[in-house]
Design a protein around this ligand. Structure first.
Ligand SMILES: C=CC1=C(C)c2cc3[nH]c(cc4nc(cc5[nH]c(cc1n2)c(C)c5CCC(=O)O)C(CCC(=O)O)=C4C)c(C)c3C=C
Ligand SMILES: [Fe+2]
Ligand SMILES: [Fe+2]
Length: 341
């Protein structure tokens, strides 16, 4: 294999061709220690995710963390795994979003591919397929509404890493984050209203839980919490809810350092003591359901809330491949395809 080894199998049409690449986080290929370990090793070796010096972090990762975490995470993945498709929900829903978008863009001859920052299908393979379809310009849509260096930036890094191996590079447009885009807020509002109206109880609180990041990253300039604030402010306005009725919290803390607060779990566990025993939880930062929404919130947090005296707990599903999600993804893609069709 030589440097600059990838050459597309199809020529670019004379008038050029645009394609769209959806990029999501990634998920293990299978259940079991080896597959979960491989995924966690790649994920947690990303220096945008763990900024500590690799000389200090890699021995800890390869020693303590990967000796234990694949077992605990693997048990959690086993609870949410789709046994029929033999894959995790994040992969199913990401594929569903790509297929939904492909159907919308088919008549205009715009191919759509999807790739994962960690694991499979890889971003490089997805890029190859677009180039093989004759694309010379690609819209990259990282599936994160709120910007973070730990997600959006590393997804884009992976795209540009793939470009480094191409003799003939396509033009790239990366879709900006969309924390308070009206079309995103509308899709969320609609999905929340539908979920809440089907509940057999009336929640006293609609808790919004976003994935957290280390506080130090924010102090160094990651604008992620500002984007989460923009989302929640727009969402409260759209649903006509006050701050107290729809509090903002952060979940999924990893490691011993301080992360951005308030933390979802203690916040929710403290609600019954204040007379709040019926809640619904929405996770607007996740475009697809995954281990963090279905297991950490849907199981773990539910148990903690009930144990603390809660009576009713509902989970609002993520947008996944719903028609509202496809409308949103299509609109965002078309913004960046402008002038290319
Ligand atoms: C320092 C560690 C981590 C940071 C920073 C982080 C940021 C971050 N992550 C998401 C979205 C997802 N994370 C998911 C899983 C997951 N996240 C971490 C760690 C950090 N995330 C780990 C170790 C894991 C693996 C699961 C586990 O072992 O607990 C997922 C789900 C993947 C799946 O397969 O279902 C998503 C999605 C965001 C949005 C974010 C920062 C804004
Ligand atoms: Fe994460
Ligand atoms: Fe988690």
């Amino acid at each position: 294999m030589s440097f600059l080894y990838r050459t597309p199998s199809q020529p670019v049409p004379e008038q050029g061709r645009a394609g769209v690449l959806l990029v999501n986080l990634g998920t293990p290929d299978a259940l079991g220690y080896r597959a979960v370990r491989r995924y966690l090793l790649e994920f947690l070796s990303d220096r945008r995710v763990i900024e500590a010096s690799p000389f200090i972090w890699q021995p800890i990762l390869r020693g303590i963390v990967l000796a234990t975490r694949p077992f605990t995470s693997g048990a959690n993945y086993a609870r949410i795994w789709d046994r029929t498709r033999d894959e995790s929900p994040l992969r199913t829903h990401t594929r569903g979003q790509a297929e939904g978008l492909a159907a919308r863009l088919k008549d205009e001859g715009v191919p759509v591919e999807w790739g994962m920052r960690y694991g499979n299908p890889s971003v490089a393979a997805a890029m190859d397929r677009l180039m093989d379809a004759g694309c010379d310009r690609i819209v990259v849509l990282p599936l994160y509404p709120q910007y973070s260096a730990t997600t959006t930036a590393t997804a884009n890094d992976q795209v540009f890493r793939a470009l480094m191996e191409l003799r003939r590079q396509p033009a790239i447009r990366t879709v900006p984050p969309f924390p308070d885009d009206a079309r995103y807020i509308d899709a969320l509002s609609k999905s929340i209203r539908t979920s809440l109206s089907a509940l057999p109880f009336r929640p006293q609180r609609l808790v919004a839980s976003f994935h957290g990041i280390p506080k130090a990253y924010v102090e160094k300039g990651d604008s992620y919490p500002q984007d989460c604030e923009r989302t929640i402010t727009a969402l409260r306005q759209s649903l006509d809810l006050r701050e107290e009725q729809m509090p903002l919290t952060y979940q999924s803390r990893f490691g011993p350092t301080e992360w951005i607060q308030p933390y979802t779990a203690p916040f929710v566990a403290g609600l019954p003591a204040e007379g709040i025993t019926r809640i619904a939880v929405v996770m607007p930062g996740f475009m697809t359901d995954c281990i963090e929404t279905l297991d950490e919130i849907g199981r773990e947090l539910r148990e903690e809330f009930m144990h603390a005296g809660g009576e009713e707990f509902a989970l609002v599903p993520c947008l996944n491949a719903s028609p509202e999600a496809i409308d949103l993804i299509e609109a965002l893609s078309r913004d960046s395809l402008a002038g290319w069709l």
